[in-house]
Design a protein around this ligand. Structure first.
Ligand code: NDP
Length: 326
């Protein structure tokens, strides 16, 4: 087997031009808990953009990408739950032909779930699932505001909120995205580039505000989200697609006794048990049709620059934005 492979590597942070399609050493099993995967599909997420721009710091040079799906090539001596030839999904440095991942973050893909769907839904699906079950457990009849409701995580959140029997209000930037969010189950859509979100939310909720806001947009929506939460409501800020939220005076929360959370998926799935539990729950949702994944567009590994530009340029919609086909 060749000792090299093709991968996307960054040596410095910056714009999409720092993404280099390189020939690099192929990873090998180095520890007893390693799993080496030959990638078939690689998910592209906003976190990859943050690693590339330096908003989230990582040691450089680095192969970026955080999730993929493929076939197990080899395993370390302690690994018993997957064997070479198994189809798996995993967290790891994934913009490459092969990736090495710790077995605690590798899961077998069940029959009935496509590898492409698995790669496209792992991070976004687990994020949406843990947000509605752990960050703020959504209850039937709740009013929930979801920003960027036609985005990757947004469309999944919308479907889950609707499944629970709560009312989803989604924000989007275009009429095409509005249609998509509506078809995922949003009862009301607000175009946050043309409409007054706070006014609309107050009108919809009879001046009470929402029980919870899920805000992955960050800087441009933070104040709006605070205004939209009702007394004793919950504000979950979980991303920065418009930029990082500036420092904030916590006494503001006292105005309505708001609960404010800033969770990251990776702290919900630290242990093997957590990862396996939430991943099998995600697969269940996919298998019983409660979560529908629509692949927005496929890119070759060599075209990842375009994938990043589309994601940052708000061109993507569809709940999985991009998957890189080798
Ligand atoms: P999305 O598909 O949601 O893409 C981002 C969307 O944000 C855009 O499509 C756009 O939708 C909206 N947006 C609003 N303002 C801007 C702006 N200035 N620039 C770019 N986009 C903007 O991405 P993901 O589903 O991958 O991620 C969604 C968010 O969730 C991200 O912030 C990500 O970091 C976060 N996330 C957090 C996790 C965690 O563990 N905390 C895990 C996974 C994701 P529109 O055009 O409708 O405005």
């Amino acid at each position: 087997m060749a000792s090299t492979m093709r991968a996307i590597r960054i040596s410095s942070t910056g714009g999409s031009k720092v993404l280099k399609y390189d020939t690099v050493p192929r990873p090998e099993i180095t520890g007893p808990d390693d799993v080496l995967v030959k990638n078939d599909f690689i998910g592209v997420n906003f976190i990859d953009v943050y690693h590339r721009t330096g908003l989230y710091e990582i040691p450089l040079p680095a192969i970026i990408g955080r999730e993929g799906a493929g076939v197990v090539e080899s395993v370390g001596e302690n690994v018993k739950d997957v064997v070479p030839g198994d189809r798996v999904v995993y967290f790891g440095n994934s913009y490459a032909e092969y990736s090495n991942s710790p077995s605690k973050h590798v899961a077998k893909i069940p029959e009935g779930v496509d590898s492409e769907v698995a790669a496209a839904s792992l991070i976004q699906g687990l994020t949406a699932h843990t947000l509605v079950t752990q960050a703020y457990p959504v209850k039937k009849d709740d009013w929930i505001l979801i920003h960027a409701a036609a985005g990757g995580v947004g469309l999944l959140l919308t479907q889950l909120v609707k499944n629970i029997g709560a009312h989803a209000i989604g924000t989007v930037s275009t009429s095409e995205k509005a249609k998509l969010a509506k078809s995922a189950g949003a009862e009301y859509i607000i175009n946050y580039t043309t409409q007054d979100v706070v006014k609309e939310v107050m009108q919809i909720t009879n001046k009470e505000g929402v029980h919870a806001v899920y805000d992955g947009v960050g800087k441009s929506t933070f104040e709006i989200s605070l205004e939209c939460v009702r007394r004793l409501g919950t504000f979950v800020t979980f991303g920065n697609s418009s930029g990082k939220v500036p420092p904030f005076d916590v006494t503001t929360l006292a105005k309505k006794n708001i609960r404010l959370l800033r969770p990251t998926l990776f702290n919900y799935v630290v242990t093997k048990e957590e990862f396996q539990t939430y991943t099998s729950e995600l697969f269940e949702l996919l298998l019983n049709g409660k979560l529908n994944i629509k692949i927005w567009k496929r890119y070759k590994l060599s075209e990842v620059k375009q994938a990043h530009e589309d994601l940052e340029g708000r061109k993507t919609s569809g709940n999985t934005n991009n998957n890189i086909l080798q």
